[in-house]
Design a binder for this molecule. Structure first.
Ligand code: ARG
Length: 445
């Protein structure tokens, strides 16, 4: 194994090189280019700590830090390629540092293992990306608020997808604002819980060197200091799981809204028209305008649930501490993040550019007895017990169906055959525009 150190961080105890299949199987499933920067960031903190604790001279530290920074620059400019020959991102960075700065580069890995290193990288990445997702949620909330304000129209509210009671389009959109608010809080909470540095936990058992874990934690911006337990520090992936669990709930919300867009844009509803830019056509049916953006948000939601489930399953039988199964956190998180960021952006654009059709909404409100509950409320105000009022209105609805009329189209004489307490005031009480002026319903305006 003469050349092992050209592409590997190990090899000393091996007589034979690994099989090409082993190499591909080990590293090929998910390229982690996105970890190059966090890996270098972690190494820079480690070097600073090594100098502080007397493991490197200041000069050695300077050489390593400058080398790492140069490496990052070259990587970002595309001069240095993280190719498939490297086992992982740590290998890529360390070996290239050694190539660049020579012998002193071999001191970088003192008092560190890839097991604590990979978790530091992931935490830095998950933290930054989660903050980014929170930002996207906030953008989307602003859009929801704006579009809600611009569209105060009355529309049917549904239960069981049957027309139920009158609501406003504004209130309907703001329901999603609330969901996004909780998603944001869940992610912020996850950020707070994960904010401890695993660097220094070593492979699983710390190190005989007197390192300063609090210092690296501070340099890397971990508010909660260093992980308390070495075994836990290297084998914990709660932060990835929790973020993906929060992503799953977030995607469930976006998927429900996507489904509503699909329904609302159908001719059967006709409540909303999506901007041409977020729809597609058919290769055969010239008239088609399909809500593909919404359908893809809905369709990809399952990927995020799947990613969460893959990692949960990968971890449930793992003894402490590090096991290679944990590497599956990379492909799952990266995929989930990709779906979440794309879906938030797509939903923001679709909602931000939609055109509401207040007339169609109003027409739908008028059919389907959406004021039946208010007729019952009216009877209650006149002294009828609610359960009796409910029965009376039920009979009125049957009568209306048989005669092809809405409740407000019945004459007072017709209404009086169902209850003697009706008078002329019933008509304004159940007028759709008036309904929303009553009681707490005003909040929907
Ligand atoms: N590439 C691994 C991961 O991301 C890190 C290396 C783990 N350590 C080891 N001894 N194989 O999980």
């Amino acid at each position: 194994m003469a050349n092992a150190y050209e592409t590997k961080l190990w090899g000393g105890r091996f007589r034979e090189d690994e099989d090409a299949l082993m190499q591909r199987f080990n590293s090929g499933r998910c390229r982690t280019d996105w970890l190059v920067e966090p890996d270098i960031q972690g190494s820079l903190a480690h070097v600073a700590m090594q100098v502080k604790c007397g493991m490197l001279t200041q000069e050695e530290g300077n050489i390593l830090s400058a080398g790492l920074k140069e490496l990052l620059g070259e990587y970002q400019q595309g001069k240095l390629i993280y190719g498939p020959e490297y086992e992982d991102v740590h290998t890529f960075v360390e070996l290239n540092l050694i190539r660049k700065v020579g012998e002193v580069g071999k001191k970088l890995h003192t008092a560190r293992s890839r097991n604590d290193q990979c978790n530091v990288d992931m935490k830095l990445y998950v933290k930054a990306q989660t903050a980014g997702v929170i930002g996207l949620i906030e953008e989307f909330q602003k859009t929801l608020q704006r579009v809600a304000e611009e569209n105060p129209w009355i529309m049917p509210g549904y239960t069981h997808l049957q027309r139920a009671q009158v609501v406003t389009f504004k209130h309907h959109l703001l329901a999603y604002y609330e969901m996004m608010e909780r998603d944001k809080r869940r992610l912020s909470n996850a950020l707070e819980i994960m904010d401890q540095s695993p660097l220094g936990c070593g492979a699983l058992a710390g190190t005989t060197h007197s390192i300063d874990r609090a210092y690296t934690a501070q340099l890397l911006g971990f508010q909660g200091g260093a992980c308390k337990n070495f075994l836990d520090g290297v084998s914990d992936r709660d932060f990835v799981l929790e973020t993906m669990a929060d992503f799953s709930i977030l995607m469930m919300h976006l998927s429900r809204l996507a489904e509503e867009l699909v329904l609302w844009t159908s001719a059967e509803f006709g409540f909303v028209v999506l901007d041409d830019r977020y729809t597609t056509g058919s290769s055969i049916m010239p008239q088609k305008k399909n809500p593909d953006g919404a359908e893809l948000v809905r369709g990809r939601t399952g990927r995020v649930y799947g990613d969460l489930f893959i990692l949960l399953c990968a971890m449930k039988g793992l003894p402490l501490a590090y096991n290679k199964d944990l590497q599956e956190d990379k492909s799952t998180f990266y995929d989930a993040l990709d779906v979440v960021t794309g879906s938030l952006q797509m939903m923001d654009r679709m909602i931000g550019t939609l055109k509401a059709k207040p007339e169609a909404m109003k027409q739908a409100v008028k059919k389907g007895f959406l004021n039946a509950t208010e007729v019952a409320d009216y009877l209650v105000k006149k002294g009828v017990a609610f359960r009796d009022a409910h029965g009376i209105v039920g009979e009125i609805v049957i009568y209306c169906e048989d005669h092809g009329k809405a409740i407000e189209e019945l004459t007072l004489n017709e209404l009086l055959t169902f209850s003697p307490v009706f008078d002329e005031t019933i008509y304004s009480y159940i007028d759709y525009d008036n309904i929303l002026q009553k009681g707490i319903k005003k909040e929907m305006l």
